[in-house]
Design a protein around this ligand. Sequence first.
Ligand SMILES: [Zn+2]
Length: 678
Amino acid sequence: MLPFRQIHLDFHIHEAIPGLARNFNPHEFAATLERASVNSVTCFARCHHGWMYYASQQHPDRIHPNLQDHDLLKKQIEACHARGIRVPIYTTVQWDHQTAQQHPEWVAVAADGAPVSMAESMPYEAGFYRFLCLNSPYRDWLKAHVRELLEVFPVTDGLFFDIVWGIDCSCRFCRAKMREGGFDARRKEQRLAYARQMIEEFTREMTAHVREFNADCSIYYNSANIGPGRREPLDAFTHLEFDALPSDSQNGYMNFPRQARFERNLGKDCVGMTGKFHRGWGDIHSFKNRAALEYDCFQLLAFNCKCLIGDQLDPSGLLDSTTYDLVGAVYSQVAAKEAWCEGARALVDIGLLSPAEWRTGSRADVGATRVLQEAGHQFDILDSQSDFSLYKVLILPDRIPVSPGLADKIESYVANGGKLLASFEAGLNEAKTEFALPSLGVTLRDNPVVDESGELVRGRIIGWKQAHYADFIRPEGEIGKGLPSTEHVMYTKALEADATGEAQVLAPIILPYFYRTEAAFSSHMHAPSSGEIGSAGVVQNGNSIYFAHAIFELIDHFALPWAKKMVVNALELLLPEPILRHNGPSTLQTTVNLQPQHDRAIVHLLHYIPEARAQYLSVIEDVIPLFNVKLSLLLPKPIKTATLQPQGQPLSFEVDPDGRTQVEVPRLDGHQMVVFEF
Ligand SMILES: [Zn+2]
């Protein structure tokens, strides 16, 4: 098992910076980490600039020209080992500025003949983002470098290979390999398929190479394509890490849930990477708010992942004391909590199939993750290879094309008592000509609405304001619980479907007077309801509920409250006794874990509220306490005690005749574990 309190110590340093490691003191370095409760630190052998930080015999010319102590890495490792701190070694794979300069013929080539880079203005860019091709002789160069590392550092705890991506490359080496392998290199999707295959083959070859010298060090490739529907080459990894700094990408605070809820099910120890940075990697001399860092780390614990905080070492070799005060303030708390996290696994009701597997660009899983978390549901994110039988409810959000094989798998899941919630085009066959899942109880209507170019308009979201093809839903009965029975705009056109056989329409679509076009438009936005009933809006067929709208994309796009409410109502119909219910606000995040080796369940409560306080950034600045949080739990075994941990405060509890355990947490400050001993 990997340690819980890790640091990834970036050290990408340009040669224009003088006096590298001039103030490095190995004893002080390791002591600072120890004081901050760090028990693993990833240190650098070679950086994206292409410079090395150890006494390389192979490439003495590549030792950073201003490195004052060529044994920097060696001394970092020895000093940390003396204090029981693990030190995986970092080396870069596809970004290496020096190698790309010296060997332009090893740089990946785009289909138009240009070198492949993250930036556009090469060779005048500021950056080291040209991708080296792993089919070029660079692969042998890299293997020799790795062999040297393992020989120079016989006690290597781990290797972190950075930037291992499937690149669309048309270099002469790749073209020859594609020809050999029967790929049509002129087609982009064929080149990408080959690139994925090549990365699988490369990582397996590299892992085998590492194992010739070191039998048990950890090995991770960042990120080598692992994700929903892409589980190869999992066997080349000893564990998984996900680089999901909430402040460093468009998905912000949805990054961790999205990745952790999938990757934790792949049978590997998982590490989630946040950073001490206010923004992203390389954001030197910035500091994350303490509340935000606590949230990231405690949320990772709640997801049964290990914590990793990214930092960048100052060129002088000194660890920044402000940073390690911050890290220590959070990691000392992690140290106190981890006894209830080691070896834990999630107790869940729901499996959410990720659309990422089909590369439709849909963010339906983000919308679904939001609504499920806000409602206190316990769930995993799945791909089509997952074992559906572990879940009481399977959600197919918005755009899940169903192949005949997947249809059989889902239908047999439903036949065995599984519940199904699907929406929009999820459940259609791959050609979208008909529903592939009879259990949904819906059929496509003929002559769906198209635009002036003949394109289907269903599910189309145009920008922020305009909703040219909006229609309405009138919630009724159980699906409309808590909502007035009147038209609610859905901002998109539903898929036109009818209920079949015994299936029941729970809510109809109400049509507008017209769809907004040049010929007919009304007011600033969509035309109002005409009152005319259209196709089915929500359909229930036994254990299945189907929404005709792209309801999860609408939640992701507009945080549509009535869409969320209907999803929650649908889940109440399908899952009347969820693992957890609470009386807290929608900002309360919950997970339920089991620690089989200790025969206990652990409920994590998190209350941190990210807010978009900047144009491109959500931040957390405050911890807002909650009081008298009532929990109702359906646990797998009778319990003997309930306690708040790590403070060890006993809680009184009651068990209802229906077997649900009721407790009340008097006060929640950010994060709290409630532990139930069986
Ligand atoms: Zn290539």
